[in-house]
Design a protein around this ligand. Structure first.
Ligand code: PEP
Ligand code: MN
Length: 351
């Protein structure tokens, strides 16, 4: 249930509504808005009686039932779009964000070269996996903590914030000391103890859609994180498993505008895992931007054929520069500027 306050209601009016909700053993969440504030109700309880009582309070315009099983994540609950502010980059606002880097951190040379080149081509966030969720136990599992240290060097090199995956609840504190954004991978989308743990972290979370997850299951996973107090969740459409073997996954483009309608959270498209093929990454990246994604996450490697993971879907450094050039007319057509990281701007200016 959501209580919409009148545009002339005071913050005290909203607090009075919150107190009425909390007296009934429910949780209230006040969201101040530019036009009007709202007070969300979380929990189960005597909602009919509560709606009647709240409707009679000063400053209340109307009480809206929330039809979705996810509450905090729903657009009904919080009509303005969430903008996640990393300090030097904003995600979910008018600017379009590009996250780029290797699937896995492999060596200092690989990370630093990729970091420099993706930043120079216009990326705003550096990606790289230190802990890798591999299908085969015999495949490269990532450099672990050493990989985190190399990512920190990459950040110093290019000035970009870092996103990296965390796979276990017990790893969250260590990964959060390095990461500016914590990634929850597709295979862990319903690892509920992990979702709760990143819900307690201070960093924003990039929540990938599970391999076979419905949109509702994905948004319920976001709800787990938000329910612990972390509202800074960005969703990532990375393709789902279908009957089609010609691509690694089927990038669900329709999920992008749908998720924008259902939630206020930013959505990032991953055309790398979404297709599995390097030659499909650029066309699907452009399509995702045109469909309303707030940004992209793209795998880039200095020598994709020699990559220790996901080489087939990784762009070369030049391939990434090509993608960034192709993106420009699409962003101009939809009226979205490309985000520029302020630290990166400073580094480029001093170069
Ligand atoms: C990755 O980003 O490298 C990754 C493992 O992604 P996903 O969880 O979407 O498969
Ligand atoms: Mn990968």
């Amino acid at each position: 249930m959501l209580v919409v306050m009148r545009s002339d209601a005071t913050i005290r009016d909203a607090q009075r509504v919150a107190a009425a909700i909390e007296r009934r053993g429910l949780t209230a969440k006040v969201t101040p808005g530019q036009e009007r504030s709202t007070v969300g109700v979380i929990g189960t309880g005597p909602l009919t009686e509560l709606a009647r009582a709240v409707n009679a309070l000063p400053g209340v315009e109307r009480v809206v039932p929330i039809s979705r099983p996810y509450k905090l994540a729903s657009r009904e609950f919080c009509p303005p779009s969430t903008v996640i502010d990393l300090g030097n980059v904003r995600i979910g606002g008018p600017e379009f964000v590009v996250i780029a880097g290797p699937c896995a951190v492999e060596s200092r040379e690989q990370v630093l070269l990729t970091a420099r080149r993706v930043a120079a081509a216009g990326a705003t966030v550096l990606r790289g996996g230190a802990f890798k969720p591999r299908t085969s136990p015999y495949a490269f599992q990532g450099l672990g903590h050493k990989g985190l240290r190399l990512l920190e060097e990459g950040r110093r090199e290019c000035g970009l914030p870092i996103v990296t995956e965390v796979m276990e609840p017990g790893q969250v504190a260590a990964v959060a000391r390095t990461a500016d954004i914590l990634q929850i991978g597709a295979r862990n989308m319903q690892n509920f103890p992990l979702l709760k743990e990143v819900g307690l972290a201070k960093q924003p979370v990039l929540l990938k859609r599970g391999l076979s997850a419905t949109i509702e299951e994905w948004l319920m996973a976001a709800e787990y994180i938000m329910n612990e107090g972390n509202d800074e969740v960005m969703l990532c459409e990375r393709g789902i498993r279908t009957f089609e073997p010609a691509t690694r996954n089927t990038l669900d483009l329709s999920a992008i505008p749908l998720v924008k309608q259902l939630t206020h959270l930013p959505i990032i498209a991953d055309p790398s895992h979404g297709t599995g093929h390097r030659n499909l990454v650029e066309p699907m990246a452009l399509a995702a931007a045109a469909a309303g994604a707030d940004g992209l996450i793209v795998e880039v490697h200095p020598d994709p054929d020699a990559a220790l993971s996901d080489g087939a879907q990784s762009l070369s450094l030049d391939g990434f520069s090509h993608l960034m050039r192709s993106l420009k007319p699409i962003l101009a057509a939809i009226g979205r500027p490309l985000a520029v990281c302020s630290a990166e701007r400073a580094l480029l200016a001093s170069a």
